[in-house]
Design a protein around this ligand. Structure first.
Ligand code: NAD
Ligand code: ZN
Length: 442
């Protein structure tokens, strides 16, 4: 009886609508009027491959800076990756001279500004804010230019700021790494990382022009220079068998950074990326497929796991190897082709293994699989992963089996170990492990 008293009082209400809640019958003024808005915007931008970009004889930049009929003189704000500037102390003067003597119609807003390179450039919104402040401070308007010289990370951060300040400022990219010349710099995406999520805050924004100067590559640390090769392998595997065979045949030259091989690899890879964007039918990725992200679902996760200690290019190499093996395990790709792919990655000096790939959470789950969930969210809810059905041919699937992913990880670990042993015995090459990790064979 006492218990009964403690029960909360049940409130009752009358479910019959009072006259005040009865909706009036639709009258003509409630009819819905709609029309479809439709227009298309054509994007066109020049992608140049050159050397000695800031010499007076080189017209590439002069031609890219279109002097418009503008009452005010156009201005240009230049951001340079700090590591590039460190390697080439005269760059600021070269740029100032070029603008003064070669493009008098465009004024340099101030001396080029250094910006910390690598993933730090994309670390959250505070970096972005610093770039916005500079754009604002120097009165850069929509007919002016924001020029970025640097690796993929600096291009992503400055590109994102340029795409959103004043709702879009003309943005010229001057990529200085292999990866940014053969892949990221020629594309239409920009982004920064946010709250631990890679490329969370970003947008699609085609550049005004892309000027690739091969001379910049000479100062790259070898592991950074090599890591960009993985994006060429990626695009060859999904789109161009002949290019993959060419990479396989020229792996030693590419590993040694021989200019002829390196330049062809960059041009062909950039061309394939550009063709996919222009003719793949979905440049702004409105659908759920992202073929250029083959090998990337695990790569993005590995990058964030390791606080970007594993570079994007290296993570993509491991992601390619993993998805190639998974393609074989699901019967899509002929057995043996995955070993061939891994052998090419190894010959290029790319890493095949990182212990983070096999990391398990306290409750025993394979943490890498969270990468699939993030990919699904990024794609709008429907998972679409590109795998391989042949060398040079991608295929889309909508589900990945966790047990087979785990099998593929185990296989890759054994492969990497075998290559490492062979190398120690002088029979092969050491996979190019980043300094900051232990190999974790145990
Ligand atoms: N927007 C896209 O479509 C797209 C595509 C692929 C990758 N990305 C992004 O690109 C980034 C990786 O780019 P990355 O591989 O170019 O590396 P990076 O930009 O991280 O640069 C690596 C290091 O090299 C330095 N560096 C750059 N150029 C140099 C030079 N010429 N000489 C000496 N040092 C130099 C940088 O300061 C940095 O320390 C990642 O953030 C990745 O997410 C973007
Ligand atoms: Zn990539």
């Amino acid at each position: 009886m006492n218990d009964m008293k403690k029960l909360p009082k049940i409130l009752t209400f009358d479910a019959t609508p009072s006259s005040a809640f009865i909706r009036p019958a639709p009258t003509p003024q409630h009819e819905i009027h709609s029309r479809t808005q439709s227009f298309s915007v054509n994007y066109e931008y020049r992608v140049v491959f050159t050397r000695d970009l800031f010499s007076p004889a080189n017209a590439s930049l002069r031609e890219a800076l279109e002097v418009s009929e503008h009452s005010r003189r156009q201005r240009c704000l230049v951001f340079i990756d700090a590591d590039v500037l460190k390697q080439r102390g005269t760059l600021g003067y070269e740029i100032a001279r070029y603008f003064r003597e070669e493009v008098p119609g465009v004024e340099l807003a101030c001396a080029p500004l250094a910006i910390e390179g690598g993933e730090a450039a994309k670390a959250g919104l505070s970096r972005l804010e610093q770039i916005y402040h500079r754009i604002l401070e120097h009165g850069i308007d929509r007919h002016s230019y924001v020029l970025a010289i640097g690796g993929g990370a600096v291009l992503d951060a400055v590109g994102m700021a340029a795409a959103t300040a004043h709702r879009g400022i003309r943005h010229i990219r001057i990529p200085t790494t292999v990866l940014s010349q053969n892949d990221s710099g020629v594309g239409v995406k920009t982004a920064v990382n946010f709250a631990g999520s890679k490329n969370f805050a970003g947008c699609f924004a085609p550049p005004w022009a892309v000027l690739n100067d091969f001379d910049f590559l000479a100062t790259l640390p070898p592991p950074v220079r090599r890591s960009g090769l993985s994006e060429a392998v990626k695009v060859a595997l999904i789109r161009d068998r002949d290019f993959f065979l060419w990479i396989e045949a020229n792996a030693a030259e590419l590993k040694r950074f021989e200019p002829e091989a390196e330049e062809y690899m960059i041009r062909r890879s950039a061309e394939l990326h550009m063709t996919q964007i222009a003719h793949g039918g979905d440049p702004f990725e409105r659908g759920s497929a992202r073929p250029l992200d083959f090998g990337h679902w695990s790569a993005h996760k590995l990058e964030t796991f390791t606080q970007y200690c594993v570079s994007h290019g290296d993570a993509v190499a491991m992601g390619i190897a993993l998805d190639a093996r998974y393609s074989v395990l699901t019967g899509l790709l002929a057995p043996g082709e995955e070993s061939r792919i891994v052998s090419v990655l190894n010959s290029l000096g790319l890493p095949l293994w990182h212990p983070g790939l096999a990391r398990h959470s306290k409750n025993g789950n394979l943490e890498l699989l969270r990468g699939l969930e993030e990919f699904r969210e990024h794609l709008g809810g429907k998972l679409t992963i590109t795998l391989l059905c042949a060398l040079g041919k991608g295929i889309e699937i909508n589900e990945m089996r966790p047990d087979l992913v785990a099998d593929a990880i185990g296989w890759l670990k054994r492969q990497a170990h075998a290559y490492s042993l062979a190398s120690e015995q002088g029979q092969g090459q050491v996979p190019g492990q980043p300094d900051c990790i232990d190999r974790g064979w145990a």
